[in-house]
Design a protein around this ligand. Structure first.
Ligand SMILES: Nc1nc2c(ncn2[C@@H]2O[C@H](COP(=O)(O)OP(=O)(O)OP(=O)(O)O)[C@@H](O)[C@H]2O)c(=O)[nH]1
Length: 360
C-alpha cells in the first residue's frame, strides 16, 4: 500500500493555521483528508472551528505535541489507520496535523519517521509554516519555538500581510530567507492547496536531530535554538515553561455586547504583548443562539465573527488564554466583572460599569 502523505501545518500562536486549514479543506484536492489538531491548553476550540469537521477530525489531548503528548499522536494516527482498515472511517488519502502554536516540529517529524507502526503507513509530505506578518519579527525575536518552526519548513506562508506595512513585510521576508533559504515564501492570499501539498519531503534528513536544513540556516538564532531543549517542557500540559501558561474560563451567562467590548479593551490595555493568544466563543445577550468567535494575538484583536449557530452541543461561553507572566487571577477578576459578578476588592467592575460603552 502506498504511504499516506502527512502534512504538518505549524506556525506560532495565532499565525492563522486554522484559517488556512479551513481554506485548504474546501479545495477538492483535500477531499478525503483526516485532520489531527493539537492545541496547547486544557480546552480546545479549534476543532469546533474547523468547518468541515467530520468523522476524520481528531483532537489530541492538551499539551505540546513536541513532547508531553507525542505518545498521543502515535496512538491517534494508529487509531485513524485502524479505523480506516476496518471501514469505520472513510478511506482518507492524506493527513494534516495542525500543531499547537508552541510546538517544535522537529521531534514530531522524528516520531513520524522512526516509529515502526507509523513509518509503515505514513510518510511526511512536508512542513508548512505560517508566519504572521504583523507579529512575525517580534515573535522570532522572543520565541525560540517560532524560529524552529520557520527553520524546518518546506514552505513558509506569510499571513496577515494585509494588516502589515509593506516595509515590515519586506524585512520579515528577508529574515525568513536567511533563516531558511531553501523554503519558498508564499503569501497566504495566493497560496493554493497545490503549493503546499505533494511536497514529498524526505524524512530521513530529520533523523538524528539537526536536519541538514539547519546547516543552511544563517540566522544564529536557528543554530542556538534549533535543538530541542527538553528541560523547558514540563509535564504539566498547561505550562509551556516557567513563564508561559494556558488557562480557560467558562460561563453559561450571556454577556451584553458593550461590556464585552470594554473587557477586550481592558485586556489589551493591561496585558498587551503578554497576552500571547486569546480565543473565545462567547454567548452574547443580544442573540444567545449566535455566539461570537474572538481572536487576539499579542496586541492584535481580530474582528469578531458571528456564527450562525453553536458548534456542538454545549452553549456556554469559553475563553482560552495563553499568557506570559500574567497571573490567571488578574484575568479571572476581569472575567467576573464581565459577567457582572463584581468582587468587592476588585476595581474591574467599576471600570466596566463606568464605561459609557457598557450596556447594562
Ligand atoms: N487580516 C487577516 N487575518 C487573519 C489572517 N489569517 C488569520 N487571520 C485571523 O487571525 C486570527 C487567528 O487565526 P487562527 O487561524 O485561529 O490562528 P491559529 O494559528 O490557528 O491560532 P492557534 O491555533 O491559537 O495558534 C483569526 O481572527 C483569523 O481570522 C490573514 O491573512 N489576514
Amino acid at each position: 500500500m502506498p504511504a499516506i502523505p502527512v502534512t504538518v501545518l505549524t506556525g506560532f500562536l495565532g499565525a492563522g493555521k486554522t484559517s488556512f486549514l479551513n481554506r485548504l479543506l474546501a479545495d477538492p484536492a483535500l477531499a478525503d483528508t483526516a485532520v489531527v489538531i493539537n492545541e496547547f491548553g486544557a480546552v480546545g476550540l479549534d476543532h469546533l472551528l474547523v468547518e468541515t469537521a467530520g468523522e476524520g477530525v481528531a483532537l489530541l489531548a492538551a499539551g505540546c505535541l513536541c513532547c508531553t503528548i507525542r505518545g498521543e499522536l502515535i496512538d491517534t494516527l494508529e487509531d485513524l489507520g485502524a479505523r480506516r482498515d476496518a471501514g469505520t472511517l472513510p478511506p482518507f488519502r492524506r493527513v494534516v496535523i495542525e500543531t499547537s502554536g508552541l510546538a517544535d516540529p522537529a521531534p514530531i517529524l522524528q516520531t513520524l519517521a522512526v516509529h515502526p507502526g507509523l513509518a509503515a503507513r505514513y510518510a511526511l509530505d512536508g512542513v508548512v509554516t505560517l508566519v504572521d506578518a504583523v507579529n512575525g519579527e517580534a515573535t522570532l525575536d522572543g520565541h525560540a519555538e517560532s524560529v524552529r518552526q520557520a527553520a524546518v519548513a518546506d514552505r513558509l506562508v506569510l499571513t496577515k500581510a494585509d494588516l502589515a506595512e509593506a516595509g515590515t513585510v519586506d524585512r520579515l521576508r528577508r529574515r525568513l530567507a536567511r533563516l531558511n533559504p531553501a523554503a519558498p515564501v508564499l503569501d497566504v492570499r495566493e497560496a493554493a492547496a497545490g503549493d503546499v501539498l505533494g511536497l514529498g519531503a524526505d524524512l530521513a534528513r530529520w533523523l538524528g536531530g539537526d536536519g541538514h536544513r539547519h546547516d543552511h540556516a544563517h540566522d544564529h538564532h536557528a543554530h542556538d535554538e534549533g535543538r530541542h531543549d527538553a528541560h523547558h517542557h514540563g509535564h504539566d500540559v498547561d505550562r509551556h515553561d516557567d513563564r508561559i501558561r494556558s488557562f480557560s474560563l467558562a460561563s453559561a451567562a450571556a454577556v451584553p455586547p458593550g461590556r464585552l467590548e470594554t473587557f477586550l479593551g481592558l485586556l489589551a490595555a493591561r496585558h498587551g504583548p503578554d497576552l500571547l493568544r486569546f480565543k473565545a466563543l462567547v454567548k452574547l445577550a443580544d442573540d444567545p443562539e449566535r455566539p461570537v468567535v474572538l481572536h487576539a494575538v499579542q496586541h492584535v484583536l481580530h474582528p469578531p465573527l458571528r456564527l450562525e449557530r453553536w458548534p456542538g452541543e454545549e452553549r456556554t461561553s469559553r475563553l482560552v488564554f495563553i499568557v506570559r507572566d500574567i497571573p490567571p487571577a488578574d484575568i479571572e477578576a476581569l472575567f467576573a466583572a464581565l459577567l457582572g459578578e463584581p468582587r468587592l476588592d476588585a476595581p474591574d467592575f467599576a471600570a466596566l460599569a463606568d464605561n459609557p460603552l457598557a450596556l447594562r
